[in-house]
Design a protein around this ligand. Sequence first.
Ligand SMILES: [Zn+2]
Ligand SMILES: [Zn+2]
Length: 142
Amino acid sequence: MTNSIKRKASCHCGQFVVAAMGDPLRVVICYCEDCQRRTGSSYNLGVVFDESQLRLKGEFNCYHRSGDLGLEIEYHFCPECGSNVHWIYDGAHVVAGGCFANSDFPKPTMALYGKRKHNWLHPLTEIPNYPGSRNSKPEYDA
Ligand SMILES: [Zn+2]
Ligand SMILES: [Zn+2]
């Protein structure tokens, strides 16, 4: 662990909490249609940590689906209010960025599924932008 910064992400009602120690490994913004439907927003902000950095507290239910690369994603959401706070994808432990509700949070380090981005959103030109999954060719590099 490189630092002792501690941040807390929580669901809307507050019973499902994820405590994160240290800085994230990466912060991914994703504009895909699945993320739009899952979050009810124009994009998802996924904050990736090592499993050892996270502590989950409270009740949660699971929802599984297969991602575009054929890997299963396991979503954890609050059974009371329905917020999807945490998920596991390809061994990565991801926390929903909005659940930290912290305007000082580290900014995205890569953007996925740019081809699905709502037209009014400006591209984040200082980070790699992938038109599709992370296996697609980025449109510009950092
Ligand atoms: Zn809740
Ligand atoms: Zn997505």
